[in-house]
Every structure is written in structure tokens, then in C-alpha cells.
Design a protein around this ligand. Structure first.
Ligand SMILES: [Zn+2]
Length: 393
């Protein structure tokens, strides 16, 4: 048994406890949460005292571990169409270091306090690392093709890759890449896979202006990009109010949906989606948004909408590190009005709920084994640039 105390304990599921005491078993399971000076501690000398805030481990709701070898390869702030182009053309750079980079990224996330990851995969490259990792992974096997005639082939390959994860006892679901890259036929195939292997769905959403443009007017940078890849748009009839308007009706019902990025989603559209379904999670990856498009989502309007918000790092192809704390610091820097308890809820319990892991992690509640972090160097409960994280458990 260990008795951990700090200036504050943030259980997330309940109010912060000043100078509280967190009781955990040797394997890290939460046993109790006690107020300061509790008489239930058998001997005061047993208390391990820390300077800072104790909170549960972070949940990274969006990553692409398999792109870890692409750190620093893609140019910054050139916009999503160019980013996609570079990812496709440079994916094999440093490929000989792929497995080593994947392992290193997994360790980096663990050291940065990340307990679970919703990880996008196009290949089986990350299985070896995930099987051995201390981090809990859910793998989103991503499929894409806007060309209906390719739906069968693309889906078959996705099913093959997802099988490889599952036979290694790793949870996996087949998910759409983004509205602009998935045909109606492919969406139907994904829905059919959900009925056989149900689980959370993730989809990139409204990351760049030309996404909506494609579905409203049938033109724009993304359409031009796909034409370069040989896609045929001659029969495409856009009559939608947005790209999400096109895709939303195809997303499986009765299943958690994580929409990733949402930098271009209007407050009104977001509120409309939330009014239709209560299982939609809005994931922000602010460092990647800066890297790719040099913009940030309007998170205060997400909060006004009372949307369920979670946080992701995206991949090392579009980020300089894999740290949820660094994502929170960027949000705090741009939106200083957001309070710490709310930021931490995005980064822990909301992500755990999105990935359906809230029974075991995401908050400091009895019986959970959430990982225990110490946040240090904060200034009056604000995440200033010096803030850092130390993993206790
Ligand atoms: Zn992504």
C-alpha cells in the first residue's frame, strides 16, 4: 500500500482535494481518496509527499504510431492537401528505422504519462510494439477510397489487417479515414464490419477549408489533389451543406464516434450533431493543426456547446512530440480562460469514455488502475509553458 499526497489531488470524477491523500495498492489500483490529515492513515511517516498536482494518466485519443519514422520529414504549415501529398510520397523515407521509431514513440508516450491510445493504422507495423507495451491501445484500422469501384478491395485489406491485430489480442475496429476519402459503398462496408466487430469509430473531420468546398461546390484544393491521384469526379454531385453533412448519416449508430480535428466545424453544425447523437466525441490535436494548417480549433465554442471534448497528439509526421500535456499547454496558451479541471477532464476521463476504457482508467476512483501522474511547475493552477509531468505509477 502507498499513500501519495500533493498540493492537490485531481480525481477528475469529483472535486479537487487540497493536500489530499491518494491510497493505492502496490499494483497501482486506487484504494481510497482521503482528505488532508485523515486519521485513516496508520502512520504519517508512510505518506509520500509531492509538490504539484496528482492526477490520473492521460488518454491520447488520436495518434498514428506507424508514422513515427516520419518525424521532421513533412514540411510545416503548407496546408492539408500538400501534407497528404508529402505523406504519400515520403512514407518510405527512414523506413529501415520504422520499428525502432515505433518502439521509441511508444516509450515516449509512456514517459509523458499516456495510459491509453486510440491509434490509427493502415498496416500491421505496430503490432509487435503494442503487444509488449505498457500502454493500452485500441487500433483504428483506417480504410479510404472515394472511388466506389475500389471499395471491396480496400475493405478486404482493412479486414485482413484488423484480423492480425485481433489474433494478437489487440482490440481493433475498421474506421473511415475522412468524409472526403470514403465513398458511400465503403461507408456501408464499414457499417457491416461494425455489426461483426463493434467498437468505437474514429474519423478525421473538417481539418481544412477545401473539405467543405468539395461537398458544397465540387471544387477546391482537395478535389484537385484527388484528380492528381487519378480519382474520377465526373459523376460526383455535391449537394451537401458540409463534408460532415455527407458522412454523418453513414456513421454506425449506437457506437461512440470520435471526430478528429474539427478546426473548420461551425459552432452551429457542432451543436446540431450533438443534438442528434449523444455519443459523439470531439477530439482536438492542436499541435498538428498548427503544424499542418497553422490554425487552431475554437475550443471555447466547443465548451459553450457542452460538447464532449478529448485530446490527441496525432502522429510524429505532424508533431514534434507525443505529449498530451504539451497539447494542453498550447490550448491554455491560446485560451487562458479555460480552467485546469476542465482541461484535465478532456485529457483523461473524456478520452477514456470515448475509447470505452472508463471502467479501468480516466479518473482516480476506487478499483481503477489509471496510472498516477504528478503535474509540476504550474502557476496558480494554470498550465504555463514550464509545466511538466512526472509518472509516479
Ligand atoms: Zn490523424
Amino acid at each position: 500500500m502507498r499513500f501519495l499526497s500533493a498540493n492537490y489531488i485531481f480525481p477528475i470524477s469529483s472535486a479537487p482535494i487540497p493536500n489530499g491523500i491518494l491510497v493505492i495498492s502496490d499494483d497501482g489500483t486506487v484504494q481510497d481518496l482521503l482528505p488532508a490529515e485523515s486519521s485513516l492513515v496508520p502512520n504519517k511517516s508512510l505518506i509520500e509527499r509531492f509538490d504539484g498536482i496528482i492526477c490520473p494518466g492521460f488518454i491520447n485519443a488520436h495518434c498514428h504510431l506507424e508514422l513515427s519514422h516520419m518525424k521532421g520529414v513533412v514540411s510545416e504549415e503548407t496546408g492539408l492537401p500538400n501534407f497528404v501529398m508529402e505523406i504519400v510520397s515520403k512514407r518510405n523515407e527512414n523506413a529501415d528505422q520504422k520499428h525502432q521509431r515505433i518502439r521509441a514513440a511508444d516509450e515516449e508516450m509512456w514517459d509523458n504519462g499516456i495510459q491509453a491510445v486510440g491509434d490509427i493504422c493502415n498496416t500491421a507495423d505496430t503490432i509487435e510494439t503494442k503487444v509488449r507495451s505498457k500502454i493500452k491501445y485500441h487500433s483504428f484500422v483506417e480504410v479510404f477510397s472515394f472511388d466506389s469501384s475500389k471499395a471491396d478491395v480496400v475493405l478486404k485489406e482493412g479486414v485482413r489487417v484488423a484480423e492480425l491485430y485481433r489474433i494478437n489480442e489487440l482490440s481493433a475496429t475498421i474506421v473511415p479515414h475522412a468524409p472526403y476519402s470514403v465513398s458511400e459503398v465503403l461507408f456501408r462496408g464499414i457499417e457491416e464490419q461494425q455489426s461483426r466487430f463493434p467498437g468505437t469509430i474514429s474519423m478525421h473531420n473538417q481539418e481544412t477549408e477545401s473539405e467543405d468546398e468539395m461537398f458544397v461546390s465540387g471544387s477546391g484544393d482537395l478535389v484537385e489533389l484527388f484528380k492528381k491521384f487519378g480519382e474520377d469526379f465526373s459523376n460526383f454531385q455535391p449537394n451537401f451543406s458540409s463534408s460532415l453533412d455527407y458522412a454523418f448519416g453513414y456513421l454506425p449508430q449506437n457506437q461512440n464516434i470520435i471526430l478528429v480535428h474539427n478546426t473548420q466545424t461551425s459552432q452551429q453544425e457542432q451543436a446540431g450533431i450533438d443534438s442528434k447523437r449523444s455519443d459523439v466525441y470531439w477530439c482536438t490535436c492542436p499541435h498538428a493543426n498548427k503544424y499542418i494548417e497553422n490554425q487552431l480549433p475554437n475550443i471555447p465554442t466547443w465548451i459553450e456547446n457542452k460538447s464532449k471534448i478529448c485530446v490527441g497528439t496525432d502522429s510524429l509526421a505532424s508533431n514534434h512530440g507525443l505529449s498530451i500535456l504539451e497539447e494542453l499547454k498550447l490550448i491554455q496558451e491560446n485560451y487562458p480562460q479555460i480552467e485546469l479541471p476542465q482541461l484535465l477532464e478532456f485529457a483523461t476521463l473524456n478520452g477514456a469514455k470515448a475509447l470505452k476504457l472508463e471502467k479501468v482508467m480516466g479518473s482516480l476512483e476506487k478499483g481503477k488502475k489509471p496510472g498516477i501522474l504528478l503535474l509540476q511547475n504550474l502557476k496558480e493552477l494554470k498550465l504555463n509553458l514550464n509545466a511538466s509531468v512526472l509518472r509516479i505509477v
